[in-house]
Design a protein around this ligand. Structure first.
Ligand SMILES: [Zn+2]
Length: 166
């Protein structure tokens, strides 16, 4: 189920829907807008023309493969977010990241997620699963398994297209 706030975080009074994506506090009249949640994803590639995928250890889509990534936090840039999330899930620290693509994806919990993807072949550290990933592995395009999120699949296709590796 998507997250629906029922009480005002400022004064604790009831919130009422004034339109599909806007709630208003009955007491202090503060309005709360339902916005997409920003997330990041990364494509790390090597000289063999493989890309790195992580096997998810948490719901949603537990046990399926996906790109490294996750949700942005406040007070970090989108670039910091993708470097942090990638390092948490793969052990590898990205450098010289380049913007790949932007996409939206439906989400049960957050309704709409806005994803920004980056790619790089420069990274350092010891490859190891961590955080909510249980396995980390490089794949050739033809061996890529079913991907957990349609936005990630789109990023992968776009990456191999622009590299002309398909
Ligand atoms: Zn209030």
């Amino acid at each position: 189920m998507s997250i629906e706030y029922r009480f005002c975080p400022i004064c604790g009074s009831k919130l009422i829907n004034i339109s599909t994506n806007v709630k208003e506090c009955v007491r202090c009249k503060e309005r709360f807008y339902k916005n997409p949640v920003p997330a990041v994803a990364s494509i790390l590639f090597n000289k063999k023309r493989e890309i790195l995928l992580v096997k998810r250890g948490e719901e949603p889509k537990k046990g399926m493969w996906a790109l490294p990534g996750g949700f942005m936090e406040v007070r970090e840039t989108v670039e910091d977010a993708v470097i942090r999330e990638t390092e948490e899930e793969t052990g590898l620290k990205m450098e010289d990241i380049k913007l790949l693509d932007v996409a939206t994806e439906d989400s049960k919990r957050y309704t709409t997620v806005l994803l920004v993807s980056f790619f790089s072949d420069k990274f350092s550290g010891e490859m190891a699963p961590g955080d909510d990933s249980v396995e980390v592995k490089f794949f050739y395009f033809k061996n890529i398994p079913e991907i957990a999120f349609s936005s990630h699949r789109r990023f992968i296709n776009k990456f191999f297209e622009i590299m002309r590796w398909k």
